[in-house]
Design a protein around this ligand. Structure first.
Ligand code: PLP
Length: 412
């Protein structure tokens, strides 16, 4: 079922920030790939925790603490169930970056050694590059990058050549935050596992945009971030294969993650808490649980269908726009909910700033993907990204804004 325009205007009403105006112009928010806006039920769930249920979790035996613990663990259970994971394999972290670092510092430092190979791709976010550089520099291991092809897809022949070298790890984005490419991750993961590699997917852009089923993907680690998925900031999730998580040493040590502490050493508690040292992001986890409930109620398939329609509309409107080049796959069916582009003769920051004056919010910059920028031969791009609250009217406002950029920059 696709989402009708009427459905969408009702959904937009659930986002308080979308009622704002700047200089009398209503807000057109096209930067959800950077951070999504928050629907009211998520704000309400967090407010309820602070106003009615606030207590520390897992320790207090009084009813308020039990209630807070149930809210936190209930959120974990719903998130795990929604994505086809289990509670033991669903670890709360601060964001996707922290989730990937957790794997790099624990699994990576135990399993990547001198002369080993770690394979990344040219379209990775810095969060899925720098942690591996730190591990590989520390261990004397090598990093190789799967190149991208001119259409924004991964060069799968080059991937196979790298897999033939039996890498320890393949870490890649499920959906590129710059090109929008939806990588064929299930088949890539199968090939990588046959080659003996552990597979980590960065699902930061995928979870809010696609129907993700971790049982189907069958990867070893899947990292994502709450603030791009209608949830609060300060919360992310790492899903990991139980055998690997059990074998991994803890990441951060302290309270909450121990079973026993003696003067000289300690033992660790069960999964997932072994990786959740210190007082947890309680309100944030509860908020993320509410965000998942919200996305589930809207329906991942409907979110995807609606955003694909908007991307198709934008691609067709940009086709033939003077001096404008779009990066990434040609068809909306092969992309997530975002379009990056350059306008000849105008720096992306100027495009972003002029659009901003029209109250149209887009991202301009390197998108934390400098190796990819280098590959594309640019220092930055402008990126418009959609969420389910966007409408064809928002595409219209973006196009009007781009006409304004042409006028201001005297491009005729
Ligand atoms: C593909 C991708 N991976 C990782 C991240 C990092 O997310 P966070 O900063 O929430 O850890 C982002 C955010 O821009 C992203 O788009």
């Amino acid at each position: 079922m696709s989402t009708t325009l009427a459905d969408v205007s009702r959904l937009a009403d659930e986002f308080p920030v979308l009622r704002r105006e700047f200089d009398g112009r209503s807000l057109v928010y096209l930067d959800s790939a950077a951070t999504s806006q928050t629907p009211q039920p998520v704000i309400d769930a967090m407010t309820r925790y602070y106003t009615e249920s606030r207590a520390s979790i897992h320790r207090g035996v009084y009813p308020l603490a039990v209630e807070a613990t149930d809210l936190y663990e209930g959120a974990r259970a719903r998130i795990a169930g929604w994505l086809g994971s289990s509670v033991e394999e669903t670890i709360f972290t601060a964001n996707a970056t922290a989730a990937i670092n957790l794997v790099a510092y624990t699994w990576g430092r135990s399993n990547v050694g001198q002369g080993d190979l770690v394979v990344l791709t040219e379209m990775e976010h810095h969060s899925n590059i720098v942690p591996w550089q730190l591990v590989c520099q520390d261990r004397g291991a090598e990093i190789a990058y799967v190149p991208i092809l001119p259409d924004g897809s991964l060069d799968l022949e080059a991937l196979d050549a790298l897999l033939a070298r039996e890498p320890k790890l393949l870490a890649l984005a499920h959906v590129s935050n710059v090109l929008g490419t939806i990588n064929p991750v299930a088949s890539i993961a199968r090939r990588a596992r046959e080659a003996g590699a552990v597979v980590l997917l960065d699902g930061s852009q995928a979870v809010p945009q696609l129907a993700v089923d971790l049982r189907e993907l069958d990867v070893d680690f899947y990292a994502w971030t709450g603030h791009k998925a209608y949830g609060p900031t300060g919360i992310g999730v790492l899903h990991g294969r139980r055998e690997l998580l059990e074998a991994m040493p803890p990441f951060i040590g302290g309270g909450h993650m121990i079973r026993t502490v003696a003067a000289a050493d300690s033992t660790w508690t069960d999964l997932p808490w072994k990786f959740e040292a210190g007082t947890s992001q309680i309100a944030e986890a509860i908020g993320l649980g509410a965000a998942v409930d919200w996305m589930e109620a809207v329906g991942s398939e409907r979110i995807r269908a609606h955003e694909e329609t908007l991307v198709a509309e934008l691609l067709s409107r940009l086709d033939g726009f003077p001096g404008l080049s779009v990066y990434g796959p040609e068809s909306a069916a092969e992309r997530g909910a975002l379009v990056s582009f350059s306008l000849e003769g105008v720096h992306p920051h100027d495009v972003g700033e002029i659009l901003g004056r029209e109250s149209v919010c887009v991202r301009a910059g390197h998108h934390c993907a400098q190796p990819l920028m280098r590959r594309l031969g640019v220092s930055a791009t402008t990126r418009a990204s959609f969420a389910v609250h966007n409408s064809v009217g928002d595409v219209e406002r973006l196009l009007e804004g781009l006409e304004q950029v042409r006028r201001v920059m005297r491009l005729d």
